[in-house]
Design a protein around this ligand. Sequence first.
Ligand code: ZN
Length: 494
Amino acid sequence: MNEAAPVIPVVSYARISADTARDGHGVEDQHKANRETAARLGWTIVHRYTDNDLSAAKAAVVRPDFEAMVKALKSGHMPDGQFVRGVIVVADDRLTRRAGDYERFVDALTYEEGRLYADARGSKNLYSEDVESMGLFGVVISKMEVRKMQRRARRSHRARAELGIPVGGKRPFGWQGDKLRLEPEEAEWLAKGAREVIAGKSLHSILREWREAGVRTVNDKEWASRSLKLALWNPRLCGWRKHNGELVRDANGIPIVGLWETVITPKEWMAIDAIFSARVGPNTKADGSVTDYRTPSYLLTGILRCGKPREDGQICNSPLRATARADLSGGYLYQCPSKEMGGCGGTGRNGAKIDESITEAVLSKLEERAAGKTRADAVWGGEEELARLMAKQRKLLQAWQEDQVSDELFFPENQRMEARVKELRADRTRHALSQQRAAEVTGDVRERWTSGRLDLAQKRTLIREVLQAVLVLPVGGGGRRPFNPDLLVPKWRD
Ligand SMILES: [Zn+2]
């Protein structure tokens, strides 16, 4: 006995149309041609499907066998369980006349790999990229190519979202080592903290609570204000992620959802984002003015320079540093750093006395300047627009949170307004900065200075406004001499 050849089960399809009737090719002729094709290719016909277009009402042509065949092809077997791997027809125009049906047919047949198709001229590869030579199928397949690309794009978006799972390094607080599943106890703290932020609780009191409860970071450290804020502001909490400071979004502007379990809803996170965004940058106060965190604690650090000539005749010119000295009146000393530190170590002067002397010179200069100028436009022009825009943004956010506005409408619009708010805030900061310089150079500067209304940073800003540097010349001779203001040489700005 010969070993049976592997059976390749296919179906035969025939359709009677007006054309078929005219040229006399009846159903039996078509199925006979299909049998011959099958024999040539070594396939086995396991079922015959036949539709009669002529028998159906003209308005609504129904092809029950075509529908049954599509169903069988998609599933890969017929209702009785018989496997089906392909189709034979006389010609592709026998299948159907409607483009939509072609599409469904190709979709069903190519649903899985390795499906077969043949007509009287032989087999065709419906997975082939060479669609131009395929006539009607070519049209359908090239159309499906677009779909395939769309499917691919969707997949890559998801892959990008998956990349949001941090690779290497520690797990994020709230998630387990796989960065997907929640660490229940930590996640509960995050959810609680996040909702407290929304409810208006201060970050400081949330921090205190976490510390008192002994909650530790993944590095087993005590939480700090900054790390807590970052943890509660992380879009990961609601399944989103940021890339280069922006939410990763799809083509419609809608944030892409990652695969990890979430702690809060996107709506809650947007509320937190709105709250934290309203508190602007670390050096910027709410009104847009700037604080300088690097302000030294002495008035003239960085402004005084050593005026002692070196051995080569050049002036030392090193910036003097302030040092606390209890033995001096005033309690501190400006001095040139040692040679090891880049100075000459040769100059040292009573700090309080220099400060007093330079302050007087600076105030005189400022008053002189204030007398000669009118105050520039002190009011920033964008306040109204910013307020209106932020109100509008809050309103839109609320509408979205109450499901009155769709994602498709909310995200692009919100993104647009966000960009404008950012722009306006930057402009306000620039304006505030220039005002801080210009507006304070007014007639009452001495009064404000001496009454303690200016802090050290503001005073230093004013000093820099008029002074480039002050050269501190050597006293000459030995021993202690009375303070001589003439040995201070200011370099004024124009
Ligand atoms: Zn020096």
